[in-house]
Design a binder for this molecule. Structure first.
Ligand SMILES: *Cc1c(COP(=O)(O)O)cnc(C)c1O
Length: 434
């Protein structure tokens, strides 16, 4: 029996990734990579495989597949087994997601937080230390501080804009702390740009600091790339090992699903895959199918949103009721600009606007928006606006809010793909009401 017949959907016959030596770009590959219509009645799109389990060709194939699932044989499963482990829609999605980041493989999850929690759990043991940049997405920070701490994992954090010297110092401190607890530095976990400040982490400096501190055998560098990825920033290029996403945001892009992923080299993903095999948390086939559909328009959507944001920010910057902007297209700090130039190919479409005044003025602005919807989240086709201090970051202690610059006049905006002049008209009338 040939491998092909035993594992048809895993080895598509048609998978054109190069033409005449030209490596095709993700924007092109999103329409077909990893799916062979011949295997599904000629269907141009992958059907949604609503099945919990897969029939083995024979008993020997079942044994071999389980060796891959349980880790008894390296390299992972070579066949479909059971939908908690792997399934066609999820595998097609994983293959396509990996392309955007130049990663070897990806794993999809039922939410961004499931991906982040599984990643950290897979790498941490009692006594270990996590070093992370700050601020992180509130639930990520909470998982480290409140959940992992229950299992004897401690953490150290450094501010997103930290210099090489500051990162060296925190790694040295982490080594010492880990030795004192009988553990190791398990992971360096980053989020860049940070929310809602948009402060960028110097991933290249983190990579160099790890190399200096650990040589070849350092802990993995993981990074939450939800705000700029995968179009405007691919942190594997700057030395990250594992890229994390809330696919709920730009990747899904229509505010109609919740999912997450991790991508990187197989050797980094294997422990995470093993944990997912045991624990579950893989995204469902319908969501995977919707994400494949979303990825076909990812570049179009993100490009348009980015162009819209640049126009809206140019308008807001000149407005007398706006104190300042936290937008990556208008950075005023030279070090941040240097990180941006080395790491990013676009400024994104999520930014902060500081209204002159305080909470009352910001609320008036928000309550008068007509096109922009008052909601948390980002990266959708529609423009959203929210007030971090009173919403997503309400539970952050005031002292930490002050340190992070999460003020009462900060409004966070995620620009969508509407007509930019309509959006400007909306912001103009809402500001007039302040
Ligand atoms: C939304 C978000 C998450 C969490 O993702 P969910 O899909 O909501 O679980 C994690 N990190 C960042 C930066 C996010 O914006």
């Amino acid at each position: 029996m040939t491998d092909d017949r035993m594992t048809p959907r895993r080895k598509p016959k048609i998978s054109i990734d190069t033409i005449g030596g030209r490596k095709l770009t993700p924007a092109t590959l999103m329409m077909g990579h990893g799916f062979d219509p011949v295997l599904s009645e000629g269907s141009i799109k992958a059907p949604i495989f609503l099945t919990s389990t897969f029939v083995f060709e024979n008993a020997a194939a079942g044994k071999r597949h389980f060796e891959g699932i349980t880790g008894a044989r390296p390299g992972g499963a070579e066949g479909l087994v059971y939908s908690r482990f792997n399934a066609p829609n999820q595998e097609i999605l994983e293959g396509r997601l990996a392309l955007w980041d130049g990663a070897e493989d990806a794993l999809v999850f039922s939410s961004g937080m499931t991906a982040i929690c599984a990643l950290m759990l897979a790498y941490c043991a009692a006594g270990d230390v996590i070093v992370h940049s700050g601020p992180l997405y509130a639930a990520s920070e909470g998982f480290v501080a409140k959940i992992l701490s229950k299992f004897g994992v401690t953490y150290l954090d450094f501010p997103a804009g930290a210099t090489r010297g500051e990162i060296d110092a925190i790694l040295a401190q982490a080594k010492e702390q880990a030795a004192g607890q009988g553990g190791k530095l398990a992971m360096i976990y980053l989020e860049s740009p940070a929310n809602p400040t948009n402060a960028l982490v110097d991933v290249e400096a983190v990579r160099d600091a790890r190399g200096a501190a650990f040589g070849e055998d350092g802990p993995p560098i993981a990074i939450d790339n939800t705000f700029l990825g995968p179009l405007w920033q691919q942190p594997i290029r700057q030395g990250a090992d594992i890229v994390v996403y809330s696919l709920t945001k730009y990747a899904g892009g229509h505010s109609d699903l919740v999912a997450g992923s991790v991508a990187g080299a197989k050797k980094w993903l294997t422990p995470v895959r093993m944990l997912r095999n045991m624990m579950g948390g893989i995204c469902d086939p319908n969501t995977a199918w919707m994400l494949c559909r979303s990825l076909e328009t990812l570049e179009l959507r993100m490009s348009r949103a980015g162009e819209n944001a640049a126009k809206v920010c140019a308008f807001l910057k000149a407005h007398p009721k706006v104190a300042r902007l936290g937008y990556l297209g208008m950075i005023d700090d030279p070090r941040q600009q240097d990180i941006y130039n080395r790491h990013c190919s676009g400024a994104g479409s999520t930014f902060s606007v500081f209204i002159k005044g305080g909470e009352a003025e910001s609320f008036r602005f928000l309550d008068n928006l007509k096109i922009a919807k008052l909601a948390v989240s980002l990266g959708g086709t529609e423009t959203l606006a929210s007030h971090p201090a009173a919403m997503t970051h309400l539970s952050v202690p005031q002292a930490r809010k002050d340190r992070l610059g999460i003020t009462d006049n900060l409004v966070r905006i995620s620009i969508g793909i509407e007509d930019p002049d309509d959006l400007i008209a909306d912001f103009e009338q809402a500001l007039a009401a302040v």
